[in-house]
Design a protein around this ligand. Structure first.
Ligand SMILES: Cc1ncc(COP(=O)(O)O)c(C=O)c1O
Length: 388
């Protein structure tokens, strides 16, 4: 432990293996996974399709670099752009890198239009990552404090406030893009209002701004559609994703369409590992399984089942201020700060997370079935009972 920088306050448990929605610890206990590696393991643990893809690819070739064509990367780009309704994509290794690519793309887009100091509108409560540009885009002072000077070129707007965005549009000629999570995750699981996002799309069209949606957390079927914007009757110019795309192999993607798709050219962005044969073979297996097994539909149904069960339980319902989210991205806001529920959950064999102080967050695997979803809801309800 002491050889690690203490960037995480880790819980006192180590997992040795997993299967489906369960993780098994070195202490011999089994845990129901309600957080899926922070929204990563959509197909759960040790999914046979992912394991087979990794094995097969590892037997042949793990890495060759982007100096050469990579078959699995081209296939993944074809399938992912088809699913997203985008024209092309860039692969990095994480959500933050996907967003860095989007930020660079937007800046270059601005420079090409003669804007010397291009700015991107970002929202209060947003989380876009921990690199310098993405933490500057993040709307949470705690994440920024101590790392000043922040990267310039971000303009902060309140979420769901069309008038505020119109004011920025009227007063700031340097803006070139809006970047937002359709469902803010780390900020407390806040879905943006559909009519707000539609208005943002319209303002972007009027001003020739790019609409960049960060679906690092809510993408890959978690919200009940493959991408959250697909339930909102709008298409962004740029979408970023990571987490559930790889089910645990490190991958991030920045997808673009229309004029945005032609912005980044040779030598203007790159990544040594980005989209290497191993991660792309695994991600292809993930994407195909999500589609073949209709996991977006399952996310919608199981999310509803969990929310309904919590509401039906009178004692826990009395402690809940609000249940927010879409599909299997659920935030259960309680009457007071509840960080201690994470340890209590662990003691009860349940892996959950708390975000924004008072919001219990559930991001279970998308493969969860009805009886496992009931088990998860009952476990959470019991935690809330005791907490009350
Ligand atoms: C919406 C969003 N964007 C970006 C990130 C950063 O992703 P990563 O940790 O893979 O860099 C996260 C991680 O939680 C996220 O939820």
């Amino acid at each position: 432990m002491s050889a690690l920088m203490q960037t995480y306050a880790r819980l006192p448990v180590t997992f040795s293996h997993g299967e489906g929605v369960y993780l098994y610890a070195t202490n011999g206990r089994r845990y129901l996974d309600g957080i899926a590696g922070i929204g990563v393991n959509g197909l759960g643990h040790a999914h046979p399709a992912v394991t087979a893809a990794i094995r097969e690819q590892a037997d042949k070739l793990v890495h060759s670099s982007n100096l050469y064509r990579i078959e699995a990367q081209e296939q993944l780009a074809t399938e992912l752009t088809r699913v997203a309704g985008m024209d092309n994509c860039f692969f990095g290794n994480s959500g933050a890198e996907a967003n860095e690519a989007a930020i660079k793309l937007a800046r270059l887009y601005g420079h090409r239009r003669g804007i010397e100091r291009p700015a991107i509108v970002v929202l209060e409560g947003a989380f876009h990552g921990r690199t310098l540009a993405t933490l500057s885009a993040t709307g949470n002072r705690k994440i920024q404090a101590g790392f000043e000077p922040l990267v310039a070129g971000f303009v902060r707007a309140p979420r769901d406030d069309v008038d505020a965005l119109r004011q920025i549009a009227a007063n700031n000629p340097d803006v070139v893009a809006v970047m937002a999570e359709p469902i803010q995750g780390e900020g407390g699981v806040h879905p943006l209002a559909a009519d707000y996002l539609q208005a943002v799309r319209q303002i972007c069209d009027e001003k020739d701004w790019l609409l960049i949606l960060d679906e690092v957390q809510c993408g890959n079927a978690r919200s009940g559609t493959y991408f959250a914007y697909q339930g909102l009757e709008l298409v962004p110019d740029v979408v970023t994703t990571a987490k559930g795309l790889g089910n645990g192999v490190p991958i991030g993607a920045c997808l673009a369409r229309g004029p945005a798709a032609g912005v980044l050219g040779a030598g203007q962005h790159g990544s040594t590992y980005g989209g290497n044969p191993l991660v792309c073979a695994a991600s292809l297996a993930v994407l195909r399984t999500i589609e073949q097994q209709h996991l977006a539909d399952n996310a919608r149904e199981m999310g509803q089942l969990i929310a309904d069960s919590l509401v039906a339980d009178r004692v826990s319902a009395g402690q809940i201020v609000e249940i927010r989210g879409r599909g299997l991205m659920l935030g259960i806001e309680l009457r007071r700060d509840c960080a201690e529920l994470v340890q209590r959950g662990l003691d009860a064999g349940l892996l959950i997370n708390v975000t924004a102080g008072n919001t219990l967050r559930l991001l279970p695997p998308l493969i969860i079935n009805a009886s496992e979803a009931r088990e998860l809801a009952a476990g959470v309800a019991a935690l809330i009972h005791d907490f009350a």
